[in-house]
Design a protein around this ligand. Structure first.
Ligand code: SF4
Length: 424
């Protein structure tokens, strides 16, 4: 609780000592997204939050975000998670389903056996139901029998094993068998919602004041001209992550919830199943969160929107533009076409968060340039407009912070690691 001094109700006469009124601490939902082993970055996020003294009112997650979020909600320290991540070996997670693949072939439930994943979940997530968790927890899954999203931990979905829900949330279809949760057959929640910010913000009818969302998917997918030769796992995971990002984009582009701090650690150079990078991922999650939290106080004063933001300038090279109209179809509030078909930006400058601008990468001739205007600024958000679609916010109204590096034309880091199919 933060004490606040006030004289509003002071009567006339001798001045009294200031009255101290308790102000409730803001309720923050922490949302941890899926991303395979890249999700080890979440451990650095939790470390940064602990050092800053921030305890979320709610944790929500998909896949590895659910695994580490459930561990955090169950009271497991980030140092212990880090130890487990640093010592995790390939055989601790992947054991080939030889018999199923050979005998059952296409009827096999999965390429890998469930036991190692179940053992990992049980070693990290405390036993009990959602009602037993010391911190409110939401675990995102998909019911493949009914074809619906099921978020365990919401009212009516709490009297179930957290471990069962977390296993199902991590059960990437095809790789691991679905999990049974309270009689439902469920798989990885990232299948349709890899970053469950909307459901976390609503929190079952008890909305939070702000959201801190950590995206370790492939938001800034870098080009890979050799993907076709990298085998099933690489092609499947790259396709899945493209799909996940596409599904994730609309809720962020039209965000009308409480103010959101969107943290995107630079983890694109790491594959979903690349081992031996835990330390670097934890460090990067920590770095990205420390940087983002510089704007937290201002974020909490903002009425809505996604932060950090930065001002960008969008231009089209007329020599490259073929007039295909894709950019206008994808971002009609940003792009338009002249009578001769050439595309142009409806304004020179825009105020974008990391969630904006993805359409520019879809231009088939790379005619669209997005340039950061000036240096990234600390988030001083008090003047930020609320609930305005982010792609039409006047640039002068908001301060700026980094775009995804790929859009901003910055260093994209090392080339993406090849997705090597895990050995048996
Ligand atoms: S997507 Fe590219 S080529 Fe197509 S209209 Fe837009 S700028 Fe021109």
């Amino acid at each position: 609780m933060t004490p606040t001094r006030t004289h509003d109700a002071d009567p006339p006469g001798p001045r009294r000592a200031p009255r101290v009124v308790a102000r409730a601490a803001p309720r923050i939902a922490l949302v941890l997204g899926g991303g395979g082993l890249k999700g080890f970055a979440h451990i650095g996020v939790l470390r940064a939050l602990r050092e800053r003294g921030i305890r979320p009112a709610l944790v929500a997650g998909s896949s590895i975000g659910a695994l580490l979020g459930a561990a955090h909600a169950g009271g497991v320290e980030d140092e212990e998670m880090a130890f487990r991540a640093l010592t995790l070996r390939r055989k601790d997670l992947f054991r080939m389903n030889h018999y199923g693949v050979l005998v059952d072939r296409m009827r096999a439930a999965s390429l890998y056996l469930p036991e190692p994943l179940r053992a990992l979940v049980e070693s990290v997530v405390p036993e009990g139901t959602f009602d037993d968790a010391p911190l409110p927890l939401l675990v995102n899954t998909v019911d493949v029998a009914h074809g619906t999203q099921v978020v365990w931990g919401l009212p009516g979905l709490r009297d179930v094993s957290v471990r069962d829900a977390v296993y199902a949330s991590c059960a990437l279809p095809g790789f691991f068998p679905p999990g049974r949760v309270d009689g439902r057959v469920c798989v990885d929640g990232g299948t349709i919602d890899n970053l469950p910010v909307s459901v976390a913000a609503r929190n079952g009818g008890a909305p939070v004041d702000a959201v801190v969302a950590v995206d370790v998917g492939n938001a800034d997918l870098t080009r890979d001209d050799t993907i076709h030769a990298q085998g099933f796992a690489s092609i499947f995971m790259r396709s899945a992550s493209i799909m996940m990002q596409a599904l994730q984009a609309p809720p962020l582009a039209h965000w009308e919830g409480p103010p959101m701090l969107l943290v995107r650690p630079r983890v694109n150079h790491v594959g979903w199943f690349t081992f031996g990078t835990a330390e670097a991922l934890i460090d990067e999650g920590y770095r990205a969160t420390v940087e983002a939290l510089r704007g937290l106080d201002a974020l909490l004063a903002a009425p809505g929107g996604i932060y950090p933001r930065r001002t960008v300038r969008v231009t089209v090279d007329p020599a490259r533009c073929t007039g295909c109209g894709l950019c206008v179809a994808l971002a009609p509030r940003v792009m338009a076409q002249r009578g001769d078909g050439l595309a142009y930006a409806v304004s020179h400058d825009f105020s974008w968060s990391a969630a904006d601008g993805g359409f520019a990468k879809s231009c088939p001739t790379q005619a669209i340039a997005v340039e950061a205007v000036g240096a990234a600024l600390p988030a001083t958000l008090a003047a930020a407009p609320a609930l305005v679609p982010p792609d039409i916010v006047p640039a002068a109204a908001t301060p700026a912070l980094p775009l995804p590096a790929a859009i901003a034309g910055e260093d994209e880091g090392p080339a993406p690691a090849r997705e090597v199919p895990p050995a048996a």
